[in-house]
Write a protein that binds this ligand. Structure first.
Ligand SMILES: [Zn+2]
Length: 312
């Protein structure tokens, strides 16, 4: 029987997002289940398997019509589908997500790190369509990233390729990063990072700004930039300096066709490129100067799209 459908699964710390796709990449259905993290997260994979099997029974679709199940998980996964712990899920030690899910479902399974999977999703059906070499940079609470080379995820030796947030960009930092180092890109370029920059700016500068009365967020900062608030523009420049230099370093190694920018900060829109792009161009190796910058478009669905694409 022809393979017609794929399941794309994105495992998060709070919910598991599930998508049911055609092999051409049309999202037919999506839903979420709760991530049960108790007892070292031992129920998470069985819950996913049960949800998938119930879906097939309800829709009267046979397993023979399923090309496979792709799954993105928040931790380092090697190219055999072995994960080495996932703090957010309560998973400890090493085990094969692929073997467990294949046993539970009786269908072929592929697994990779969630940030890498999101990058694959943006290449397939999102902001990175048309490119085969791209870097997804997700500017959220931290900075996540995914590296796609020749249309495929580059996992790295230890499964930590694309840890863009932990590129060292500042020697003078006194606050520790979540990774244990000091002066990582995500301390300045993430949604949380740009808010830190703003707070420090107002500690050092006694100036008027619409941000002083607002709840400072990445969005509020870029809204103020659009309203030509002088302080907000200065903060955006600092953000652009860090991110632009960080991306220039990546370009010197990977030389991608495009950077696809996603996450909360990217909701500010193209305005962020006005602060990142000039710094990037000033610092990058000359041959990489025309690297494209685009916005991610799939939002929270990037993970299920990319997970589905893993199967193909
Ligand atoms: Zn770090």
């Amino acid at each position: 029987m022809d393979k017609k459908y794929i399941f794309g699964v994105d495992v998060g710390g709070t919910t598991v997002k599930m998508g049911f796709f055609t092999v051409a990449g049309e999202l037919l259905d999506k839903w979420e289940i709760v991530t049960r993290k108790e007892e070292n997260g031992q129920y998470i994979l069985p819950d996913i398997a049960e949800s998938i099997l119930t879906y097939l029974t309800t829709k009267q679709i046979s397993k023979e019509e399923i090309a496979g199940i792709g799954i993105g998980v928040p931790g380092p996964v090697n190219d055999k589908g072995v994960i080495r712990g996932a703090v957010n899920l309560g998973w400890k030690g090493e085990f094969s997500v692929v073997d467990q899910m294949e046993t539970l479902t009786g269908m072929p399974v592929k697994a990779s790190n969630d940030a890498n999977v999101a990058a694959l999703g943006e290449m397939w059906k999102g902001g990175g369509q048309g490119y085969r070499n791209l870097i997804l940079v997700t500017l959220g609470t931290g900075i996540g990233g995914g590296v796609i080379l020749d249309g495929k995820i580059w996992t790295g030796t230890s499964g930590s390729a694309g840890e863009i947030g932990h590129i060292h960009v500042e020697d003078s930092e006194k606050e520790i990063c979540t990774c244990g180092n000091y002066g990582c890109l995500e301390q300045y370029g993430s949604a949380t990072g740009i808010v830190r920059l703003a707070k420090r700016y107002f500690e050092d500068h006694d100036v008027n700004s619409v941000l002083k009365t607002a709840d400072i967020s990445a969005k509020a900062i870029f809204d103020a930039v659009k309203a030509e608030d002088t302080a907000a523009v200065e903060i955006a420049k600092q953000f652009g300096e860090y991110l632009g230099k960080g991306l220039a370093s990546i370009a010197a190694v990977v030389d991608p066709e495009a950077f696809v920018i996603g996450g909360g900060v990217s909701k500010a829109g193209e305005v962020i490129f006005e602060y990142v792009r000039p710094v990037f161009e000033r610092n990058v190796f000359h041959a990489c100067r025309s690297t494209a910058f685009c916005l991610a478009t799939l939002g929270n669905d990037a993970g299920i799209y990319g997970a589905a694409k893993l199967v193909l």
